[in-house]
Design a binder for this molecule. Structure first.
Ligand code: NAD
Length: 375
């Protein structure tokens, strides 16, 4: 098969969907790989490394898109769709709940796989792009916080006096939150975290952080988590109790990192504007949910600014993209493993729609949009 990788065109996108490591494996599997010149530049991969791995480097996106399988980081944009060979398979992150181009992708006879819909199962773990990228995002969120925070993270006892450790509050203890806890702990901070899913308590505590609990009713305990392990949107009463608790803990925090998402819904508001108004000067909020509307209404997409009372809000969206080389390396490996589901031993495409991973991720096929938005 001919496999194509073009340079990503989305703003702030620094990642690339194939690396010399994955290209080499594809070429040794009998495929030909075409990479657009400069596709890997922002991930620290020069064209020559792709050539050494056996790829052909081409000048234009149209040449890279003239392929049976197209590997992308972001879903194709309107200008890219007509350039992709009709009938091709396209793998990428589709921002599926807000993507408005699915009818056009289907009309162009593309079979698109939204990698973010990969089920969170043991079999799919090595293809789980949400986990590989959230892990990096959680790490980078802490490093960004340390950049904007005007004090030390660890406690220091020096001849000039003692410096207190930073108090970090992590909201949402999924993949990103747990990595943020681990990273903040390694830097010497005192860390607290909370999540709606009661099972997160044990994971938070195993990393040495304190779990902050919003007391749940028996009914809420049963309904806080979906069968797929995701959080559900909570009741108004829960949101009020949570806001009170957050308000108390936020006032003591130096750094807050928010990661809370609900699939298919806007991100839940966890830090009210009034709470930000009560936080200490010099404190920092990193809102990792900013692209889904933000966990704090004051966050601004792709902006960093400081409020009148001295709180710095960081709304940088693509945190994995700030660790582009490793983010690309892991993402490209996820895609390579996923391709194993789509190609038979002879390297030909076989679309087994009975396979639960293929069924969950295939969003357009045969001229139709298969993805159904939840109500
Ligand atoms: P996510 O990115 O969808 O959300 C981040 C965290 O925010 C989650 O822990 C969620 O519970 C939490 N959250 C949502 N609303 C909240 C609120 N109002 N207040 C506080 N916290 C809130 O989550 P994720 O990191 O993608 O993980 C989702 C689930 O998938 C978890 O159960 C995780 O353990 C599971 N998972 C399983 C596998 C696997 O088995 N292969 C791999 C990765 C993740």
């Amino acid at each position: 098969m001919r496999i194509g990788i073009a340079k990503e065109v989305a703003a702030y996108e620094t990642r690339v969907a194939a690396t010399p490591e994955t290209v080499k494996k594809l070429v040794s599997g009998g495929h030909s790989v075409v990479v657009q010149s400069d596709a890997g530049r922002l991930s620290a991969i020069p064209d020559q490394h792709y050539i050494d791995a056996g790829a052909t480097v081409v000048a234009t996106a149209a040449e890279a898109f003239d392929a049976d399988i197209v590997l992308k980081v972001r879903a194709p944009e309107a200008v890219e769709i007509p350039q992709i060979k009709s009938g091709a398979l396209v793998l990428g992150l589709f921002h599926i709940y807000t993507n408005t181009l699915l009818p056009e992708l289907a009309a162009h006879q593309l079979s698109c796989f939204a990698m973010e819909l990969t089920p969170r199962t043991t079999r799919a773990q090595s293809m789980d792009v949400l986990s590989s990228q959230a892990n990096i995002g959680g790490y980078k969120a802490v490093l960004l916080a340390s950049q904007y925070y005007p004090r030390f993270f660890p406690m220091l006892m020096t001849a000039a006096g003692t410096v207190k450790p930073a108090r970090v509050l992590i909201m949402g203890a999924g993949v990103a939150g747990l990595q943020a806890i681990a990273t903040a702990k390694r830097l010497g901070a005192v860390v607290e975290a909370f999540d709606v899913r009661p099972v997160a308590k044990e994971q938070v505590e195993s990393l040495g952080a304190k779990f902050v609990e919003v007391p749940l009713t028996d009914e809420e305990k049963k309904s806080a988590e979906t069968a797929g392990g995701y959080a559900r949107e909570m009741s108004e009463d829960y949101k009020r109790r949570q806001a009170e608790l957050v308000d108390k803990h936020a006032r003591n925090a130096d750094i807050i990192i928010t990661t809370a998402l609900i699939p298919g819904r806007p991100a839940p508001v966890l830090i009210q504007s009034e709470t930000v108004g009560k936080m200490k000067a010099g404190s920092v909020i990193i809102d990792m949910a900013v692209e889904q509307g933000g966990n704090c209404p004051l966050s601004r997409l792709n902006e960093v600014y400081t409020t009148d009372n001295g709180v710095t809000l960081v709304g940088i969206a693509n945190l994995p993209g700030l660790v582009a080389a490793d983010a690309s390396a892991l993402y490209a490996r996820n895609l390579l493993t996923f391709l194993g589901l789509l190609l038979d031993k002879e390297g030909k495409i076989v679309l087994n729609r009975e396979d639960d991973i293929i069924a969950a991720t295939l969003v357009t096929h045969g001229g139709e949009v298969l993805f159904k938005r939840p109500n």
